[in-house]
Each structure stands twice: as C-alpha cells, then as structure tokens.
Design a protein. Sequence first.
Length: 205
Amino acid sequence: MPLIDINRFELFALLAILSSVLVYTTYLWSIYQKKTRPHIFSWFNWGLLSAIGAYAQLEIGGGPSAWVVVTIAVVCFFITFLAYFIGEKNITKSDWLTFIGALLAIPAWLIAEDPFIVLIIVVTISILTYYPTIRKSWRDPWGEPPQTYFWAGLRFFLTLFAVPDASAETLFYPFFLMSTEWGFAIYILWRRRKLMQQTANIKAI
C-alpha cells in the first residue's frame, strides 16, 4: 500500500503549485535585486480576481486545479504588500480605472448565480488588470522578468491536467491564465528587442 494516496489530478495540482513556488521565488529574488518593480494595482487585482476565480473554479467542478489558484491569490497579496513600499510609483488615471474595475468583480461575484458567468467576469476584468503592467513594460520592458511569466504559464499548463471533469467550461479559466502569462512573456521580449534595435539604429547614424 502506498504511503501517500494521491490521484493523477492531485499530482498535477501539486506540480503546478511547485511551479508556482519556483515562479515566485525568481520573481521575489528579482524584486530583492531591485531589477523588478511590481505595480501595486496589478498585483492586488490579480490577487482579488484569483481568489474569486478559485471559488468559481471549485464550484464548477475544477477540483484540485482550484488549489493552484488559491496559492496564487495568497502570493499576489504578499507581492501587493511589497509593491506598496518598493513597487512602481507612477500611478496614472487609467491605473485607477482598472483598479476600480477589479473591485466591481466583488458585487458581480455576489450577484451572479452561475459560477461560469463569474469566471467570464473575472477574465474580462483580468484583461483590464494587465493594462498597468503592460503600460509600464512598454516604457521599461526590463522592469519585468520574462522567465517568470514563462514559468507562470507552465504552471497553468499543468493545471489543465488537474481538472477531474475536463470540459470547455472547467478548462476555460486555466487556459486563459496560461495564454496571458505566455503572451505577456513574448510581449516583454518583443518590446526589449524593439528598443535595442532603435538604440542600435540611433548609434549607427
């Protein structure tokens, strides 16, 4: 008899959580080295939306996949705390709008009876939540480590296999999270390359 009784879905959830630990270890190290300046609004919003998303994912039968999102919510709130002291200080009106938009997820969560509708709302607001970090990274793409977002996408890839009752509905949220993390990593690398090309062209003149 095995010492640990664990099924395939729980195994993939634990692997995804381990990936999350690696992700945030590298991210926190980057903050410690003062290479990364997290945006307080983005991280607070991600924490709030992850907490609501975890609840909705659990309600629609996401099973152990919700464990991963709970872990992410806790760490996002911790990074929010750090960002208050050492994060991005350039807060714009558009940042405030996305922050308020994320707060609207709370009444929407309480009113909506269908958990999948809650996920749709969370995903919509999550897209808006990315805006402050996208805006910051357009100006300074070296302020975010792309490898962190690569590993973050990998954990959501593993999360897809932690869903016991796989369907378009239960896979929707982790697939969205995987796509946004990898998409943002590509965006950072593209923007860095673009700025380096512009700098090289200026020096060549």
